[in-house]
Structures are given as structure tokens and as C-alpha cells.
Design a protein around this ligand. Sequence first.
Ligand code: NAD
Length: 308
Amino acid sequence: MARIKQAAVIGAGVMGAAIAGHLANAGIRTLLLDIVPNKLTEKEEAKGLTLEDKSVRNRLARTGLERLLKEKPAPLFHKKIAERIEVGNLEDDLARLGEADWVIEAVVENLKIKQDLFSRIEKVWKPGMIVSSNTSGISIRDMVKECSPEFRKHFLGTHFFNPPRYMKLLEIIPTPDTDAAIVEEMKAFAEEGLGKGVVFAKDTPNFIANRIGVYGLAITFQKMLEDGLGPDEVDTVTGRAMGRPKSATFRTLDLVGLDTFIHVSNNVRENVDDPDEKKAFEVPALLQKMVEKGWLGAKSGQGFFKKV
Ligand code: NAD
């Protein structure tokens, strides 16, 4: 796909950094942006840095990029590929989004935050630029309902799975406003450029794969609590014993991020009518407590397991 040569990813967390990595694998130069931190780390303080210093302002995106060099399985085909990724922050570098052929949003799973971000992106948007969201299941249409019809024509959901280099599936979620040519272009690029298997999903809560997958995780979690089983026992049974990877149930939750899992569950619960489905997506108090303690999973170094 000749047209997508330059991309930008906003949000350098678990998914954003890894998506930037996979775009770089495909030869695409990628700008990776995150927010400006509002607090110095101890190390930054000791170095005498201030919140105005560029290295502090770019810290979140840089940390995302650094993770790509350390994570296993490796997100990059080769470490040198990291040179195709440039880091920055949303305050200083927003206008640079105009250089991108495709902008992917991968920030925290929250409708209001995403809506505000798309309003900001629209201000620097250039005709032809494709903009997409990596949301796990928030309404694609709602995210851009305040944006112009021309922007909405170029907007769609592109839902990658974790880890993006290895998971073949990409859900594409067009809205009724998305231009058919943009949908076709995205499908061709995802298949030919990124090596993905594309499935089109409707703009319904959690689309297809997460509606099933998160349901399965939520039910397993509830059953485990009822039956007094430990995460390791559950993963042993649901993982290799079933011919699936080791990271089956609770290791998957750790990889996804417990905070993200809560956002995703809440989104379905708030947007479905069926009382049984609502009940299935209730977030167990234990999960809530773990997140309050800062146990977010692999990204914070502690979730159900210390090491995934
Ligand atoms: P994450 O918590 O690892 O990272 C979120 C990033 O967003 C952080 O780096 C944070 O600094 C940034 N951020 C927070 N507020 C922001 C704001 N106001 N503006 C810009 N950036 C902001 O989350 P993640 O797991 O990478 O998830 C990102 C998106 O991808 C979510 O929509 C999530 O539902 C979706 N997703 C996650 C997974 C997964 O397995 N974790 C899989 C598929 C899709």
C-alpha cells in the first residue's frame, strides 16, 4: 500500500508502543506521542530536571519505546527498527500529526478522553489523512460525533490484539459515515502491509472478539472466586493442558492490564440491555482492590503474577 508511509500513534502504553513497533516493522516511520507528565520522578529530580525539560515532557513516549527493546516476545523484528520511531508529546508535537498518513489513537479506554483528543486532532487534520481508534469496545461513532462530516469520513475503528506483532486478528469497525474507499484502503494495508487477518465488526459494545473473550475471562474469574481456585491452577487448566498458550486466563489479564480490563468490562455493562450479560460483566471487588494498590499487571510489574 503505497500511500501509508508515515504514521502517528497517540498513547505509548501497552498497545500504543507495540502498535508503533509493528508499524515500524512494516517499514513505516512512526511518531509516538503521549501526554506530558505532571510530576518528576526521583531520578529526574536528582538530575535537577524540571517539568519544562524536553526529556521529561517526552518521558512517557520514550518509556514506551524503551519497552519495545526489552519485552519478550520481542515486539520488533530487529532492535535497529526502533530508529523508525520518533517520540514526542501531545502538547509540543500535536501539529506534527499533519505529517502522518494514518493517525492511530491508543490512549486510556475512556470516551470523554478520546472525544477530547479527536477534537484536538481534527484541528491539525489534513484531507486524506486516515484516523482510527484502537479502542477495545467504546462506540466508534460516539467518539467523533462532534467532529465534521469530512473528518468522520476518514475515521474508523482499527482494533489490534495484544501483542500486535504476533496476534494476526485486526477488527475493522467502520461507522455509517466512514468512506467506503477508506475502509478498503485500510483493509488492504492491514493485510498486505501489516500481515493481518481482517474481520469487519459492527459498532456494538466490545465489537466481536472482546465481547466473547472478556465475557469468558469475567466468567472464569467469578467461578474461580466461588470455587476458591488460585490463578495458577486456573491457568494450568485453561492454558497448556487445553493446547493453548501458557498465558491463558490470568496471565492474559496481566498482559491486558487490570485497569484496562475494568474499563472494558464497565463499557459493556453500561451499554448492553440483557441483565445476564450485565451481571457477567460486573467487576469483582478483588480486581478493583488490586488496581487501587497499583497492581495493574505486567505494565506495573505486579498483577496476578509477578512475571507473566
Ligand atoms: P495503557 O494504560 O497501557 O496506556 C494508555 C496510555 O494513554 C498511557 O501511556 C497514558 O499516559 C495515555 N493517556 C492517558 N490519558 C491520556 C490523555 N488524556 N491523552 C493522551 N494520552 C493519554 O493502555 P493500553 O492497554 O495501551 O490501551 C490503550 C487503548 O487500547 C485502550 O483503548 C484499550 O482499550 C485498547 N486496547 C488494549 C488492549 C490491551 O491488551 N491492553 C488490547 C486491545 C485494545
